[in-house]
Design a protein around this ligand. Structure first.
Ligand code: AMP
Length: 431
């Protein structure tokens, strides 16, 4: 098969790496890709918002399957457009992608189907929203409807902070003014990322993972796209996995089918595991980044038939096998991230780092360049590298990943030094 991956981050590099190993994939393309992905796939410069150009590329390269990485093209309906042009595409259509594109839609779906989630109200204006916050008190969570690249959520510790967040969301300081916000109760517990592969009717659970969203050690500082992740998430016991499938994933898939927007693709549930059980924080309609990287390291089965079965509605008797090993990834980011950072700084030592047993390095934002002294890899984004490793335990994987990090020479980059700490604490208590 000729396969095209859409996207340019570490998630897409991990998908490309996994799919390149499939006996089913003959030629792999990625648009637009990055310098690391170029080792696995032919990268093609393309504007993903230009669906006609994506379709033309598929026709030219005789693409048999398109795998969409990021949420923006999914919410813009790229899967519908590709399928209408007779091209198989993995991912939800535009209507199903509302599970990520509209927080209000998802909250209403939860309420109507008794899916556990924080109590909430939707607001189109600041005055009523502030009244609600004053009545409810803090802590309370304020969310802008629509895609906000992880910046649309404020967990407010005080009423004043919540009021400021409401103003900020409606006045457009986030980019464009929110047309609606959701205000919900603050959940208490431990977060976990849960992934299920869905075919419109059936869903199968993938491995669990946990990520670190804060920029600094000890989970301090501003939120980011994710500074590291590991799999499995120790909190996700077999019993908890089953509860999530029964109480959250299956009812969602049933509800989407019933409303004529069957969900096909990866459904990524951000969960809070509370003392009363799992609660849905939010849905994403694609693989998590960097969670995908650790899932791909642990997946023993071929990914391509699994994605095809999801696309074709054939997941009913499908089975995926996983390595029992743990996997962990450390995100290396450009200094200054998630604020302002420099682009184009040189990175060395990647080959030496990749030689450590069990280590795999995925590129999240790099570009290949040539300097006076030869070829260089240069940083080309905020999150730049994913240094991943497999190991017998999370601790073992962590040791390997940081050994690799220490071989990378990138003075303009940084990473957290404590990725996996929660899981490692649990492992230590057990042993
Ligand atoms: P989201 O973009 O919805 O995943 O939210 C970003 C982060 O905000 C989550 O990973 C949680 O840490 C936090 N968060 C969102 N909603 C809630 C909630 N209802 N209670 C507590 N924390 C929340």
């Amino acid at each position: 098969m000729n396969i095209l991956i859409l996207g340019s981050g570490g998630r897409e590099h991990a998908l490309a790496w996994k799919m390149a190993a499939s006996p089913l994939s003959e030629k792999l393309y990625c648009a637009p890709g990055n310098a690391g992905i170029a080792r696995e796939a032919e990268c093609v410069a393309l504007d993903l918002a230009d669906h006609k150009a994506v379709i033309a590329l598929c026709q030219e390269k005789q693409i048999d399957l398109v795998v969409v990485g990021p949420e923006v093209p999914l919410c813009a309906g790229i899967v519908d457009d590709l399928e209408a042009a007779g091209i198989k595409a993995f991912g939800p259509g535009k209507w199903a992608a509302r599970l990520e594109g509209s927080k209000g839609f998802t909250k209403d779906l939860c309420k109507a189907n008794k899916i556990p989630t924080a109590a909430y109200e939707r607001f189109k204006g600041a005055a009523a929203a502030k009244d609600y916050v004053r009545r409810k008190g803090a802590p309370i969570v304020v969310k802008a409807d629509g895609l906000a690249a992880g910046k649309g959520v404020v967990v407010a510790e005080t009423v004043a902070e919540a009021e400021a967040a409401i103003d900020m969301m409606f006045d457009g300081s986030l980019g464009k003014p929110a047309w609606e916000i959701v205000i919900e109760d603050c959940l208490v517990g431990e977060e976990a990322s849960f992934f299920a592969l869905c075919d419109g009717e059936n869903a199968i659970a993938l491995a669990s993972a946990q990520d670190h969203k804060r920029v600094g050690d000890g989970d301090k500082g501003p939120n980011t796209g994710g500074m590291g992740a590991y799999s499995p998430a120790p909190i996700m016991t077999a019993e908890m996995n089953q509860r999530v499938m029964d109480e959250i994933i299956h009812p969602t898939v049933r509800a989407m089918k019933a409303m004529g927007a069957p969900y096909r693709g990866v459904l990524f549930a951000g969960l809070m595991i509370t003392k009363d059980g799992p609660q849905l924080i939010e849905y994403n309609v694609r693989f998590g980044d960097p969670e995908c990287q650790v899932l791909m390291l642990r997946l023993m089965s071929d990914l391509v038939p699994a994605l095809l079965a999801a696309r074709d509605g054939q997941l009913k008797n499908f089975d995926l096998r996983w390595y029992p090993d743990a996997a962990l990834t450390v995100v290396m980011a450009a200094k200054g991230y998630p604020g302002n950072y420099k682009k184009g700084t040189p990175i060395e030592g990647l080959d030496a780092a990749a030689q450590i047993e069990g280590v795999e390095i995925f590129h999240a934002g790099t570009i290949a360049g040539t300097g006076a002294d030869g070829d260089h890899i240069r940083a080309n984004g905020g999150r730049v590298l994913n240094v991943c490793a497999r190991g017998k335990s999370v601790r073992d994987a962590q040791t390997r990943a940081y050994a690799a990090v220490d071989r990378i020479k990138w003075p303009d980059g940084f990473c957290r030094r404590d990725i996996g700490w929660r899981a490692i604490e649990r492992e230590m208590k057990k042993s």
